[in-house]
Design a protein. Structure first.
Length: 72
């Protein structure tokens, strides 16, 4: 397990093994969770809005939506 050193600017380089395991690249955001003496670094979860954007495209026709709206 490689060790990292904190720079004078409070920066560290994430080892290649960790970047590859987390599937992150330069510019990706990471989530840092601190619990007591333990710190966990995780890839930032994708927002629900972005994850679901466009998923329902083409599922319903306009006629179907008009019919459903009238039934409300």
């Amino acid at each position: 397990m490689p060790a990292v050193k904190l720079s004078s600017k409070n920066q560290m380089v994430l080892p290649r093994e960790a970047r590859e395991a987390m599937h992150v690249k330069s510019g990706d955001e990471l989530l840092v969770v601190v619990k007591g003496n333990t710190t966990v670094i995780l890839p930032m979860p994708e927002s629900h809005t972005r994850a679901l954007a466009g998923r329902g495209k083409g599922l319903y026709s306009k006629d179907y939506l008009k019919k459903e709206r009238r039934s409300w």
